[in-house]
Design a protein around this ligand. Structure first.
Ligand code: URA
Length: 272
């Protein structure tokens, strides 16, 4: 027998299904109106950051030919990012950039936080709800854990800069798509060039695969160092990968490994 749901039950059903954002008043048939998102990988262009594969790592999987910097929205993003000559200028460029669809549903741009002259730069995955509300990366539960972890090796936000692979919150905290990451990647790459840190840390798997072109799990990448290079850098930057704090909140047993990685970062910083 058909059972009628009350409006409250329907809303509850939506929330449990992960729908926690209202994007528009009228339904949009996206199958009719929009072409599918381009199937291109992150990282995109051939001259974009590369990392030398360590001896025990499998080669990067073969992927479809990436877009070149001159094509479409990614090309526009490359040109806009390249024009910025300071971190603050890059923030302003991003404020005016409409090429990433995530901007439409986000409350705020979440550009970055900390010291743009720091020796160490952390790149996470994507802003969450609290970050979106405040326009600052890593201020929710996982960000607070990351702050405590970094404080244990003497680092606070006056001594590092932190950002993400995308600059707007994906609706409902879903993962950013490869297309969204590819659009933001030119800005992430330019941010790395402008901060020009001694150490670059990818926080979690998506940041690792987009920055280091290594599509293997964090457990295989953590504790290792990779040269990160890009055309605007005078010399390669030492890059590494750590577990994402959201993963550590779910898997506290991995905190021991995370602690070892932090010690490795502290040592590396002291040696450079
Ligand atoms: N997780 C991220 O990867 N980035 C943030 O800014 C917050 C949580």
């Amino acid at each position: 027998m058909e059972r009628k749901l009350t409006p409250q039950q329907v809303l509850q059903w939506y929330i449990e299904a992960g729908v926690d954002e209202t994007i528009g008043d009228a339904a949009v048939d996206r199958f009719r109106t929009s072409p599918a998102a381009p199937a291109f990988p992150v990282p995109a262009p051939a001259d974009w950051p590369t990392a030398a594969a360590g001896p025990s790592l499998p080669p990067a999987p073969s992927m479809p030919a990436p877009l070149t910097p001159s094509e479409g929205a990614v090309g526009e993003a490359y040109r806009a990012a390249a024009a910025a000559t300071s971190v603050e200028a890059l923030r302003r460029v991003l404020e005016g950039f409409d090429g990433c669809a995530l901007k439409k549903t986000a409350t705020n741009l979440v550009f970055g936080d900390g010291n743009p002259d720091a020796d160490i730069l952390f790149i996470g995955e994507a802003p969450g709800a609290e970050e979106d509300r405040r326009g600052i990366p890593f201020v929710g539960a996982s960000g607070q854990l990351l702050d405590r972890m970094l404080a244990s090796i003497g680092l606070d936000r006056s001594r590092f800069f932190i950002s993400n692979t995308v600059f707007w919150r994906p609706p409902g905290n879903r993962n950013p798509t490869t297309g969204e990451m590819a659009i933001c990647m030119p800005f992430v790459g330019r941010l790395i060039e402008l901060v020009n840190p001694k150490i670059l840390v990818a926080v979690g798997g998506p940041a690792a695969s987009s920055l280091l072109a290594q599509n293997v799990s964090v457990s295989r990448l953590r504790g290792r160092w990779f040269p990160y290079s890009s055309p605007g850098l005078a010399r390669p930057i030492e890059a590494t990968v750590i577990y994402h704090p959201a993963f550590l909140l779910r898997s506290p047993a991995q905190k021991r490994a995370a602690w070892q990685d932090l010690i490795g970062i502290k040592r590396k910083l002291a040696s450079l």
